[in-house]
Write a protein that binds this ligand. Structure first.
Ligand SMILES: Nc1ncnc2c1ncn2[C@@H]1O[C@H](COP(=O)(O)OP(=O)(O)OP(=O)(O)O)[C@@H](O)[C@H]1O
Ligand SMILES: [Mg+2]
Length: 688
């Protein structure tokens, strides 16, 4: 007995007994019939169950480039908190769900292999893994439950089971299959068993050879009294589990010389032959081939096209007829979703292979391309690399975005016949607007680039390079876009999938485009951080207004420091006005306009606030930026000798970068130095 406060008791308190009992429900055949009558979903086919599983997480529709798209939240991997979430592939996934749906309805696709096809690293395996995981989970829920049975054989009938008191059905069959197929129609009608859609229930196929054999022996023993035979049946809940090889199978072709069809259909158990006296006794057979294991659920074929031809016939039969042929036995019915995947290169090989033609004819191919939308690609990396998952190293803003941008660029076709850069095209695809381009033109762009997404750089390559950058000793506490871009570039030299020099060159050029885009982004960011100084702007504004007031009233301005009256500072006024393109000829009008505005406010007893005048505000911001920019430039030029006042200004800007833009100390310093160096270069583009 465990004490109430023992450690074991603690574990016990976490346990949900009721749930355990539900999951381990056992009952008689009679009780099972009652269950089926109450909830016909229990005996759905594998395709129906898989389809229902996917849609059980709901769906929502949206319009993308004028196309109606359905998103299935199942593919966000709610079961595992998004660990295997699929991004940006709603259209292929929607196609796949439609195939499942038509297969669930029996429209023919249930006789096909679902073949996920795409370039390497496009998430084909992840999709298959999600489906398997989802089904496993679904079978543990009330909505997704399903059942199978054991034979309970007392000692006196031990010849039936070969001594075993409990003989589990080796292929996890639905207990309803125990009703002989010639009786089923009538029996189901009499029992009022309906299928999910309200039509009379139909269960296809015969029991597997082992259970059929036991059934036959018991029938003989009871002289045809089926009720007595069925009293030996104990129905139990079937919990699908990949680890336990129950209802979920995975097949991976090994070395080509080493493939043996028993891996798919099961093998003779030599130890038991002695016991049963014959190698054609089904009780001496291990129904543990992958097709048997996966019965009622899903079988995944990894690299299906690498399959040896010897397997092809098993695969074809399983697909088209839903039957397999275990050695020495009659064909055996199976009910499972067959999903395979292959990459582009293997598929191309298959195209010219007659042997595989039969298979090709029995597949529904679903293209799984790379993502071509920047914000979706970003999600892949943000999931793995963010400031929560990566401890001890900071990821500077835009690092992930720039890597993702390059990956997407490598997948896009160069826009032809449009006055468009590839970067602009990327932005259009990403949902940004560009003057002169409508949703129609984006749709058109996509249409003219049919193979887009089937080539380029995989997310996996980018993930590897980000990881490299993270462990590299080139950075102390953070990684930034340059580090990652350099990793991406140096990796290209040894990238095994890049077949020609031209392609390599193109990828490097695209990296250059990304570098330029990054410059633009940080220039703007630093500019905004510098001019976000309200006090400084207010001071500058007051100064400007003092000057234009004196100018318009033809007075002198008192210099606050010297106490002397001076001429209005024309250079200061012009340097502000020029920022918003006020020509010399219009300066008088502009200054008067501002003064009138201030005057009108004063009449109402209100004070002027520069923020209410957008043009003036912008002009002040830009002027302030220009002034401050020079102090930053100063730091790099004169590196160590920075006066205190300048240093303080820089620190303020740095703090703003940290607070408002997500930098840390090191990355903010880096980016300030970098932007300063751009301006030191005399490049002032983008400051307006
Ligand atoms: N659309 C996507 N959504 C989410 N993750 C993706 C996507 N595309 C690729 N990935 C990521 O890329 C990596 C590779 O995915 P996966 O192994 O599923 O690809 P694959 O298509 O099976 O590749 P291969 O052809 O090499 O077997 C995974 O880490 C996955 O998370
Ligand atoms: Mg894979």
């Amino acid at each position: 007995m465990s004490q109430p406060d023992s450690l074991v008791a603690k574990i016990a308190s976490l346990q949900n007994r009721q749930r355990y009992q539900e999951l381990h429900w056992e009952g008689s055949f009679e009780e099972y019939l009652t269950l089926v009558r109450a909830d016909p979903r229990i005996c759905r086919t594998a395709f129906q169950r898989v389809h229902d599983m996917v849609v059980s997480y709901g769906h929502h529709e949206y319009i993308d480039s004028k196309k109606k798209v359905v998103h299935y939240p199942f593919f966000d991997d709610p079961i595992d908190n998004g660990k295997d979430a699929i991004f940006g592939l709603d259209i292929p996934l929607m196609r796949m769900v439609n195939v499942l749906k038509s297969a669930a309805m029996g429209y023919g696709t249930e006789k096909r292999v679902i073949l996920l096809h795409g370039p390497v690293g496009s998430s084909k395996s992840t999709i298959a893994r999600l489906m398997k995981k989802g089904l496993e989970h679904y079978s543990h829920t009330d909505d997704g439950r399903l059942y199978t049975f054991d034979w309970h054989i007392p000692k006196e009938l031990s010849h039936v089971s070969g001594g075993a008191e409990v003989f589990a059905d080796p292929m996890n069959e639905d207990p309803l299959k125990l009703i002989p197929s010639e009786m089923r129609k009538e029996a189901f009608a009499a029992l009022e068993l309906k299928s999910v859609d309200g039509a009379p229930l139909r269960i296809k196929g015969e029991l597997n050879p082992a259970s059929r054999f036991i059934f036959k022996l018991l029938m003989e023993h009871y002289k045809g009294e089926i009720a007595k035979v069925l009293s030996h049946v104990r129905v139990k809940r079937l919990l699908l589990s990949e680890k336990d090889r129950r209802g979920i199978g995975t097949f991976q072709p090994k070395d080509e010389k080493n493939q043996d069809s028993t891996e798919l259909t099961g093998d003779i158990n030599y130890r038991k032959i002695a016991e049963f006296g014959s190698d054609s006794d089904p009780r001496a057979f291990n129904f543990d081939g992958e097709f048997c294991v996966a019965n009622r659920g899903i079988i995944e074929f990894i690299e299906i096209l690498k399959l040896d031809v010897a397997f092809l016939y098993d695969l074809l039969g399983a697909t088209q007829e839903h039957k397999i042929k275990p050695k020495k036995f009659a064909q055996t019915d199976i009910d499972e979703v067959i999903i395979g995947h292959t990459n582009e290169a293997e598929y191309k090989k298959l195209l010219s292979n007659e042997f595989m033609e039969a298979l090709r004819d029995r597949t529904v191919k679903i293209d799984v391309p790379y993502i071509t939308k920047l914000n979706e690609e970003i999600k892949i990396y943000k999931k793995d690399y963010n400031n929560q998952t990566i401890k001890g190293k900071h990821i500077a803003p835009h690092t992930i975005e720039m890597a993702a941008m390059w990956a997407v660029l490598t997948r896009l076709e160069e826009p032809k016949g449009h006055n468009l850069t590839i970067l602009q095209k990327l932005k259009l695809y990403d949902g940004k607007s560009l003057p002169g381009y409508t949703e129609d033109s984006v749709k058109e762009l996509r249409k003219t680039a049919g193979r887009e997404g089937m080539e380029g750089i995989s997310a996996r390559y980018v993930q590897d390079k980000i990881s490299n950058a993270l462990v590299s000793d080139k950075s102390e506490s953070s990684i930034n876009p340059f580090l990652v871009i350099n990793e991406l570039e140096s990796g290209l030299r040894t990238h095994s999938l890049i077949t020609n020099e031209e392609q390599r060159k193109r990828y490097i050029e695209l990296l250059q485009i990304v570098r330029q885009e990054y410059e633009e982004i940080v220039k703007n960011e630093v500019q905004r951080a510098i001019s976000a100084d309200e006090d400084a702007i207010a001071k500058l504004c007051a100064n400007y207004i003092d000057n234009i007031k004196a100018y318009t009233q033809k007075e002198r301005v008192r210099n606050k420091y010297t106490g002397q009256d001076e001429e209005p500072d024309e250079r200061l006024m012009r340097s502000i006005e020029e920022k918003i393109d006020i020509p010399e000829s219009r300066k008088d009008a502009f200054r008067r306009e501002i003064m009138n505005f201030i005057g009108a406010l004063a009449v109402d007893g209100k004070k002027f606030d520069y923020r209410t005048n957008e043009r003036l505000h912008r002009a002040l911001e830009l002027k302030l930026f220009e002034d401050q920019k020079d102090t930053i430039k100063l730091t790099t030029m004169v590196s160590n000798v920075v006066d205190r006042e300048t240093q303080e200004k820089i620190d303020i800007v740095k703090q703003r970068l940290i607070k408002n833009y997500g930098y840390n100390e090191e990355s903010a310093t880096d980016v300030l130095n970098f932007v300063a160096s751009i301006f030191a270069r005399g490049d002032t583009k983008g400051t307006k």
